[in-house]
Design a protein around this ligand. Structure first.
Ligand SMILES: [Zn+2]
Length: 258
């Protein structure tokens, strides 16, 4: 099976100086299927420093991988515990936006939208998993199963959140550009993902227990530096850095549409 489409150039800066960086083992991943390769080859761009997989899965491979939904990504799961985590994410946004439409991209368990509604935002979500969209709609949430680059909304958003989403997207830039277009002037982007630029990450590497080199669903390992540069390239001003409580070694960044 032709399982990955190889990147001919860096998926962020589009320059061709890309070289092998590291190999990870994904055979113990919950979504792993033995018809796929048990290893992931990571590359580094010598121009912008970005680190990414050598390619992204074909539609056929995606069908095999994403036939299953992680239990913790099902809408409504862990509703009480996740409400607390979501509240702390929302409180990081409140100094910059306290009302209006909140779009969550890849809403998964839907907790961020449930909680944003409780805080007074008008929630809307998009998630590629159709069953999740149906469940969210059952809770009264406006929800779509569309890619953000195809999403058209009547009103602009005060907040767009992309929590642990960007690292799953083969080419992240068009999605950030779409988020920019969906935001009102001065609107807020909440974005989170693993950060490879800290001592904890290095320590996980040193002990060979870093889960992200074998994370079958990710195509990118961002550094804080590269994310900040990308945000600026896409028309955002980073406002504050924070640490995520949802997943290990993750950063949460608030940025403003400029
Ligand atoms: Zn690059």
């Amino acid at each position: 099976m032709n399982e990955r489409i190889k990147y001919a150039s860096c998926p962020l800066c589009e320059r061709p100086n890309i070289f092998p960086h590291k190999t990870g083992n994904c055979s113990a991943h919950a979504l792993y299927n033995p018809v796929l390769s048990p290893t992931i080859n990571w590359c580094k761009c010598l121009d912008c420093g970005h680190i990414f997989t050598e390619g992204y899965y074909t539609d056929e491979a995606c069908g095999i991988l994403f036939g299953k939904t992680h239990d913790n990504q099902r809408a409504g799961v862990g509703i009480e515990h996740n409400r607390l985590i979501s509240s702390r994410m929302i409180e990081k946004v409140l100094p910059y936006a306290a009302e209006g439409r909140w779009l969550d991209v890849g809403f998964g368990n839907c907790s961020l939208l449930f909680t944003a509604q409780e805080y007074g935002f008008r929630p809307v979500g998009t998630d590629l998993r159709v069953d999740n969209v149906r469940i969210a709609q059952g809770f009264g949430i406006e929800a779509y199963s569309q890619d953000i680059t195809d999403l058209a909304l009547h009103d602009k958003c005060a907040v767009v959140s992309m929590a642990d989403v960007l690292e799953h997207i083969p080419f992240p830039k068009p999605s950030l550009t779409a988020a920019h277009a969906l935001l009102e002037p001065g609107g807020i982007l909440f974005i989170s993902m693993p950060n490879l630029e800290n001592i904890f990450w290095d320590d996980l590497d040193k002990h060979d227990v870093n889960p992200y080199w074998g994370e079958i669903e990710h195509y990118h390992n961002f550094s804080r530096t590269r994310l900040y540069a990308l945000l600026k390239e896409c028309g955002f001003t980073p406002l504050r850095y924070g640490i995520s409580e949802r997943y290990r070694v993750c950063m949460e960044v608030i940025a403003q549409k400029t």
